[in-house]
Design a protein around this ligand. Structure first.
Ligand code: PDD
Length: 291
């Protein structure tokens, strides 16, 4: 038994995970009626917290909820969650559901109090870019809804496509809508073609990834050619490099797509360069120089 079990945050209290319970009439449980964020904390320093909290507010707005806390209040909670943990990298999960209703009814009751939950889990440190293995991915029809820009807890479609990927020994499913590539089941997508980094533009069909935005920012700052442009699946199949990005996976090269080798079958040079820039940025966060 761990004498000092990690605490989670639930509705104003810090308590051990096994004591954190929610009523079964919570609309998150019954309807998937809620939104979430996943925020890395490198050496317990929260990565781009204002960006994550702004996206949380946008998601809440998208599901017609008022922000239950302001950004300073969220920061205080998340920092208090991290404070007792050993030094290291973590991913912080936070979730807001619409709350507990008196009965199961699709119509939202008036005056309902949101349920707020947060927890921190260790985040594995990825190997340096050159040693990072690539993954296999498959492409699948995007069977999600039309509000993918909202980071909703309702993730059944994402779970099912990820399972289809696993059936084919692939680590990610890349989702295609009307012939255009959108993103992965739990990641954003980049390709490199003719030396240029390309990623689909933001729209309601993909999540505005915080990692994605940082990569575009770093590429711009270091004068790596990059653009936001729609990517037809036919173009993706001819790409020199394909990468996926997310808060928990950071940057991962896709080296097999639908059973075919991508590029030379190893993480490409522009991937390695960009992942190196990302690693430097992370070090700057660890040193407290940026957020
Ligand atoms: N998911 N697109 C989807 C559908 C995602 O679920 C995620 C991340 C991303 C990448 O966004 P970001 O860079 O802000 O993490 C894109 C998280 C990690 C998850 O659901 O666990």
């Amino acid at each position: 038994m761990n004498d000092n079990p990690p605490q989670v945050y639930l509705n104003g209290q810090f308590l051990p995970l096994e004591r954190a319970c929610i009523p079964v009439l919570d609309r998150g449980f019954l309807f998937g009626d809620g939104v979430y964020e996943v925020i890395p904390a490198y050496r317990k320093r929260l990565f781009r917290l204002p960006h994550h909290l702004q996206r949380l507010d946008n998601s809440l707005h998208g599901i017609r909820m008022q922000p239950p806390l302001n950004h300073d209040e969220w920061r205080a909670i998340l920092e208090r969650l991290l404070a007792p943990l050993p030094d290291g990298d973590y991913s912080v999960y936070l979730q807001v559901t619409r709350g507990v209703a008196a009965e199961r009814n699709h119509t939202v009751p008036q005056g309902i109090t949101p349920t707020l939950f947060a927890m921190a889990s260790p985040l594995p440190v990825p190997p340096p870019a050159e040693q990072r293995p690539g993954i296999a991915a498959i492409t699948l029809d995007d069977l999600r809804w039309k509000l993918c820009n909202i980071k909703a807890i309702t993730l059944l479609a994402n779970v099912l496509v990820r399972e289809q990927a696993r059936d084919q020994d692939a680590a990610e499913a890349i989702l295609v809508r009307d012939g255009l590539v959108m993103e992965g089941a739990a990641s954003n997508l980049f390709m490199v073609t003719d030396g240029t980094i390309v990623t689909p533009p933001k729209s309601r069909y993909l999540l505005p990834g915080i990692t994605r935005d940082l990569i575009l920012e770093l590429a711009g700052r270091h004068r790596l050619p990059c653009r936001e442009e729609e990517i037809p699946l036919t173009k993706l199949r001819q790409a020199d490099e394909i990468w996926i990005t997310s808060s928990t996976k950071e940057m991962v090269a896709v080296t097999r797509l639908d059973g075919e080798t991508v590029g030379n079958g190893r993480p490409g040079p522009i991937f390695c360069r960009t992942a190196g820039l990302f690693a430097d940025y992370k070090e700057a966060i660890r040193a407290g120089e940026v957020d």
